[in-house]
Design a protein around this ligand. Structure first.
Ligand code: RP5
Length: 163
């Protein structure tokens, strides 16, 4: 099997408390049979872990990084500053500002270092996974088939009339 096909998605998050949102990414990748890893990496609590992780991401065969963070959410941007692997940011719904703080911190990256920002919370986690799958589908026809089937199933599940 060519090496390119064995690439994985890396799901990272700033805290254990983010996992209740970010575990939805795992669910999608299991359905689509995409390889993934899951880690807690905090930009401010474990900066050295973050640096080592981002610097080794290429070597570790990571195709896409999904980074979830809440509050003053600098994790996705910091990781993106250390690697050119695409980084998708999931703003975690914070207690005090309902995730608006997380959203603005992630989406407002100054030009030069991009982060693809998704919606706040669970919708963002699911869509980040589907977007990661779309990125992988550009070079892996097997994943493309699975993703298209998933979308078709979703369409079929929408009733024509409300009850
Ligand atoms: C951020 O602080 C994390 O991403 C998390 O969303 C937020 C709160 O973390 P805990 O206080 O729950 O560990 O770094």
């Amino acid at each position: 099997m060519p090496i390119i096909k064995s690439k994985k998605v890396s799901i990272v998050m700033g805290s254990q408390s983010d996992f209740k949102t970010m575990k939805l990414c795992q669910k999608i990748f299991k359905i689509l049979k995409i390889k993934f890893e899951t880690k807690i990496i905090s930009a401010h609590r474990t900066p050295e872990r973050m640096y080592k992780y981002a610097k080794n991401a290429e070597k570790n065969n990571i195709a896409v990084i999904i980074a979830g963070a809440g509050g003053s959410a600098h994790l996705p941007g910091m990781i993106s500053s250390l690697t050119s692997i695409p980084v998708l940011g999931v703003p975690i719904e914070s207690k005090k500002l309902k995730g608006l703080d997380s959203l603005l911190s992630i989406v407002q990256m100054p030009k030069g270092i991009p982060v693809g920002t998704l919606a706040i919370g669970e919708d963002g986690a699911v869509n980040a996974s589907l977007l990661a799958a779309s990125i992988i589908a550009t070079y892996d026809s097997n994943i493309k088939k699975k993703l298209n089937q998933w979308r078709l199933n979703q369409s079929k599940s929408i009733k024509k009339k409300p009850k």
